[in-house]
Design a protein around this ligand. Structure first.
Ligand SMILES: CC(C)(COP(=O)(O)OP(=O)(O)OC[C@H]1O[C@@H](n2cnc3c(N)ncnc32)[C@H](O)[C@@H]1OP(=O)(O)O)[C@@H](O)C(=O)NCCC(=O)NCCS
Length: 157
């Protein structure tokens, strides 16, 4: 028995996100956001044929991402790492997978929006080569009935 510290999942793999896994994904989503996607949001994304990948180790959901394909571009709609598995580089594994898939689909750019106050995500995206290209005013719901601006970011593939 190894009791030297918290377990670190290393044997991760990607799986298509299927409706049958939505309970596990929704549990992560609700633990990750003050304003999470709901089941309908995920089902709509799956029914629309968006790229939806889970990163799993054994039966544990480390994270997931959902992206919408456009003409020569891909729009990242959701990327989440489960709180217990943050700080281990899994967001970069998923962003690399997204970029590889996007190139394979003939995309030249990946777009995303991120809350102006989400310093951690902004850091991760910039470290992966995404650039700030604009703002969307009052794009996200925020606490107390307020709204929060989004930073628009773009990666040239
Ligand atoms: C954003 C998210 C996907 C990043 O995944 P992660 O596993 O936490 O990312 P990592 O731990 O691998 O990397 C985090 C990086 O941010 C840095 N960081 C952590 N907190 C930070 C902060 N408050 N400000 C700036 N940088 C920060 C870390 O130092 C690390 O950078 P480094 O590797 O250069 O040292 C994850 O935190 C998450 O799911 N958050 C909630 C959902 C979310 O915000 N999704 C993005 C919506 S656009």
């Amino acid at each position: 028995m190894n009791d030297s510290g918290p377990a670190v999942a290393v044997e991760a793999q990607f799986q298509d996100l299927q409706p049958a896994q939505l309970d596990a994904v929704l549990a992560v989503e609700q633990s990750a956001y003050a304003h999470p996607w709901n089941r309908t949001n995920f089902l709509d994304a799956l029914q629309s044929g968006y790229q939806a990948q889970m990163l799993v180790a054994a039966d544990v959901v480390l994270g997931y991402f959902i992206a919408m394909e456009g003409v020569e571009e891909v729009h990242l709609l959701n990327i989440t790492v489960a709180p217990a598995y943050r700080g281990q580089g899994w967001s970069r594994v998923m962003l690399d997978a997204l970029a590889l898939w996007s190139r394979g689909r003939g995309a030249q750019w990946v777009w995303l929006e991120v809350r102006v106050g989400n310093a951690r995500a902004l850091h991760v995206y910039e470290a992966q080569g995404y650039q700030r290209v604009g703002y969307r005013k009052a794009y996200y719901p925020a606490d107390g009935g307020q709204r929060e601006d989004a930073v628009v970011m773009c990666l040239r593939l």
